[in-house]
Design a protein around this ligand. Structure first.
Ligand code: GLU
Length: 503
């Protein structure tokens, strides 16, 4: 039987980075086993739909290269792949469960449900649930006379709830946790079909996994307790359940608590693959794409958040990840979202990418209005590549290649500069302009002069760097000079020196 996995997000907002990891693990298993990776949009909760979310999910998967084999807009023989478009096919399964005595109609109003909850809480039952203990006190097809219940059903008043067996252990095998058991006392009679005929997540998820011939369910651990309900539904329907794997939480960079969408702004990084404009909150959430990440580096970073290949291999191409991936190496404990590590991965990918291939993404990350030709940018890329972690850093870390400094590091200047140095800087300028303008020639001239006159390299060279770059940063000083050109170096030096004198 061919492996069929699905990524089943609800379009209630942008795809969180945890969702990307779920998609990745599903994708890797499908590719490893020569199976299919399916995208299913779980949009049964129409009140929570967010405009643009489905497009965002698809655009993210495509940017990452996790392109579905089947899904809305991707074709496939098991569609439609958007649950709202499958609305008509769920009721018969819910009704079958009712007919078999495994589910029932309920007619309670929101006020009645609220009253029940309050009464239960007053009795000290903290997690008040609609369950075997109280269902006969509520208004449903089990507690009411058949005639009355039938009338209510006929008038379209009922919703359908699962009838959880009383005090029974429900067990299933989770590939990460081995055997997982929930007692039905911990579980409520979940609503599976709403009044308008729309299924809830639970029914739609099980029916679709069955009809779409899903063999493995790989999802976040927050769904673990729902799995007990799902396993019972498979049993009630006489279907074979897929294999379950629940992925560990992704933790905040501090290692404490679950990574949340607000952590991005708090810790200064992205938690979403693409930038997302939340219209309701009027807030923009940063994206890895816009922050200058290579999607392959992001996937390489993510694959190791909750899984390892069993050795210390870290840098892996997609092909290598696919080769090494296996569900039994997924770990149980939460994985810390280590921001520095994500940058490290991106840096490794940057360094391994040919300069020519970096040209387009680096150009795209340049601020508007910066004009330079491709060959100049290629030179800058070559010099800066090992010093940056993201595409945008070529500009932010190397801005002096594109314009003269608009400010200088006063503290570093004051540490070194005195007026006696001026005459030597004048000599150095003369030597630079007399040289052939190559880095080695300028280096020989400047260093030779300093040595011959017994002047300190540690005073003059940092000051020269500040004259060109504004601060003590950047690649080799003489390489910078060669790229800028003798004339520009001369201009920057005299402008800076005039400023130094004012301090
Ligand atoms: N729609 C659920 C979600 O948004 C899917 C959970 C599952 O994969 O079963 O995460």
């Amino acid at each position: 039987m061919s492996v069929r996995v699905r990524f089943a997000p609800s379009p209630t907002g942008p795809l969180h980075i945890g969702g990307v990891r779920t998609a990745l693990y599903n994708y890797l298993l499908a590719k490893k086993e020569g199976g299919q990776f399916i995208l299913r949009i779980e949009d049964t909760d129409q009140n929570r739909l967010v405009a643009g979310a489905e497009d965002y999910i698809k655009e993210s998967l495509e940017w990452l290269g996790l392109v579905p084999d089947e899904g809305p807009g991707y074709g496939g023989d098991h569609g439609p792949y958007r649950q709202s478009e499958r609305k008509g096919l769920y009721a018969e399964y819910a009704q079958k469960m009712v007919a078999d005595g495994n589910a029932y109609y309920a007619f309670d109003t929101p006020e009645e449900l609220d009253k029940m909850r309050k009464e239960q809480e007053a009795l000290g039952h903290h997690s008040a649930k609609y369950d075997a203990r109280i269902r006969m006190q509520m208004r449903n097809s089990l507690s009411l006379a058949k005639e009355e219940a039938d009338k209510l059903i006929a008038s379209g008043e009922g919703i359908i709830r699962l009838k959880m067996p009383d005090n029974e252990d429900v067990s299933f095998v989770d590939l990460v946790r081995e055997k997982v058991t929930f007692n039905t006392k911990e579980l409520d009679d979940k609503v599976i079909l709403k009044k308008d005929g729309m299924p809830t997540y639970h029914l739609a998820n099980v029916v679709d996994d069955h009809l779409m011939k899903i063999t493995h369910v790989i999802r976040g651990e927050e769904w673990l307790s729902s799995t007990a309900h799902h396993v019972l539904m498979y049993r009630f329907m006489g279907w074979t359940a897929p294999q379950f794997t629940h992925l560990p939480l992704i933790l905040k960079p501090t290692g404490k608590g679950k990574l949340s969408k607000r952590d991005g702004a708090k810790f200064g990084f992205a938690v979403f693959p693409l930038e997302w404009h939340d219209k309701k909150e009027d807030e923009i959430y940063a994206g890895f794409r816009e922050s200058g990440f290579d999607p392959k580096a992001l996937l390489n970073f993510l694959v190791l958040l909750g899984w390892n290949p069993g050795n210390d291999e870290e840098l892996m191409s997609m092909a290598r990840m696919t080769e090494l991936f296996s569900l039994d190496k997924i770990v149980k404990s939460g994985a810390r979202f280590d921001v520095d590590k994500s940058k490290w991965f991106n840096q490794q990918y940057l360094m391994a990418t040919a300069d020519e291939a970096l040209l387009a993404p680096v150009k795209a990350a340049m601020p508007q209005g910066v004009i330079c030709d491709d060959s100049y940018l290629m030179t800058v890329i070559g010099l800066m590549k090992e010093r940056v972690t993201k595409y945008g850093d070529f500009y932010t870390e190397g801005n002096f290649f594109f314009s003269a400094p608009s400010s200088y590091d006063d503290k570093q200047i004051k540490k070194r500069y005195t007026a006696e140095l001026d005459s030597h800087f004048a000599q150095i300028d003369i030597l630079i302009s007399a040289s052939d303008g190559t880095a080695p020639a300028m280096e020989t001239a400047v260093k030779g002069y300093l040595t011959d006159n017994e002047l300190k390299m540690g005073v003059y060279l940092p000051l020269l760097r500040i004259m060109l770059c504004g601060e003590l940063k950047g690649p080799d000083l003489f390489q910078i000079m060669a790229v800028l050109g003798k004339d520009e170096v001369g201009e920057r030096n005299s402008k800076a020196l005039a400023y130094f004198k004012t301090l």
